[in-house]
Ligand binder design. Sequence first.
Ligand code: CA
Length: 187
Amino acid sequence: MKAIKNIMFIVFVFNNINLFAQAPVPIQTFDGTVYSEFIYAGPNDNEVDYKSELNYNDTRFIKEGDASRMLKWNFKKGQYFGWGVNLSGGGKGFDASGIKFLTFWVIGINGNETFQIKIKDMKGVEHQVQSRKYLKVSTEWQEIKVPLSDFPSGVDFTRIENINLGFNEIASGSSGTIYIDNFQLIY
Ligand SMILES: [Ca+2]
């Protein structure tokens, strides 16, 4: 009887794994490499005052695990920078079929920091949404949850090249500092 109960339990567990098989996909936790990160700045990279640094020490600014990432900008007119995760994976791109949301955590040094959330496909088609549509960044950690359906059509979600956060003088103001953690794609 005990053996039967055990088997039934195993069957129950397997059924549930099947039902909920689509676990969140971690894309960057800052606690070890998930997908590689990149940064960009312009129009002249070496003239832009920005920082992108892992934070291991200030635990108030770590949401989960051992680290988060600090992004800091101090722009002159027309300057920009960005941070992102490269999902191109040997040229194939990331197949996000069935994925409904991009989620991550964010906290600001002053609150009300704003930025763009961008998705680019392997053909170079990129679209963006504005962070303020989803939440007002504050001095507490908050989770931002962006429906992929909010991105204008044209991006090939079966072949995503990268997901990035964009900061520019118009969208993000002249200066700011945020910390980010735990980027996931949710089915
Ligand atoms: Ca982390």
